[in-house]
Write a protein that binds this ligand. Structure first.
Ligand code: HEM
Ligand code: HEM
Length: 121
């Protein structure tokens, strides 16, 4: 699982910096919050999770670890696609995907906290 999180994080890093580059060149910053959260949730938070699970295998192997992983991995694309749709079209229906994705990420973070408190020794 540590490996999966680290590989996913580097994928989001590529997406994040490509987006940053496109935003800089085009001077269109509409999707700046998407870029920010792809980098911060996808690259930074995901990489930190992967490193943590590498350092503490007991946390990686627990049910809380597996739930955190899946909630984070599913939550990010839902939240980012919803937010991108919302910012570019203004259609409020995108709030549903954004909210579900965001809630997944938040619940995942709570699981990570409980997991760390329990298994990081
Ligand atoms: C090649 C790499 C990158 C480029 C060219 C780039 C470019 C940009 C651009 C053009 C903006 C919009 C600024 C604005 O609208 O005022 C922005 C915002 C932002 N970027 Fe990047 N970025 C890059 C990498 C990163 C990375 C690696 C992170 C975080 C780990 C990051 C975090 C942010 C954040 C948090 C914002 C929002 C700042 C705000 O709204 O005040 N960026 N970036
Ligand atoms: C489920 C998780 C998260 C949700 C729902 C969320 C939501 C938001 C919202 C609604 C904004 C305001 C955007 C705007 O004013 O246009 C924001 C801005 C910001 N958030 Fe988050 N956030 C989350 C996670 C994070 C994390 C984990 C980080 C850092 C590691 C972060 C860093 C930032 C930064 C730097 C900004 C300002 C950049 C900007 O305005 O584009 N967020 N976030």
């Amino acid at each position: 699982m540590a490996r999966n999180m680290i590989v996913w994080s580097t994928f989001y890093f590529v997406i994040g910096v490509v987006m940053g580059m496109v935003m800089s060149i085009s001077e269109v910053h509409t999707l700046s919050p998407v870029h920010a959260h792809i980098n911060l949730l996808g690259w930074v938070s995901m990489a930190l999770g992967g490193i943590l699970y590498h350092l503490f295998p007991a946390a990686a192997n627990s049910m809380l670890g597996k739930w955190h992983f899946w909630l984070h991995v599913i939550g990010i694309p839902l939240m980012m696609a919803g937010l991108a749709g919302l910012l570019s079209s203004g259609n409020s229906q995108f709030i549903i995907a954004t909210s579900i994705g965001g809630i997944c990420v938040v619940i995942g973070a709570i699981f990570l906290f409980i997991n760390a408190a329990r298994y990081v020794k």
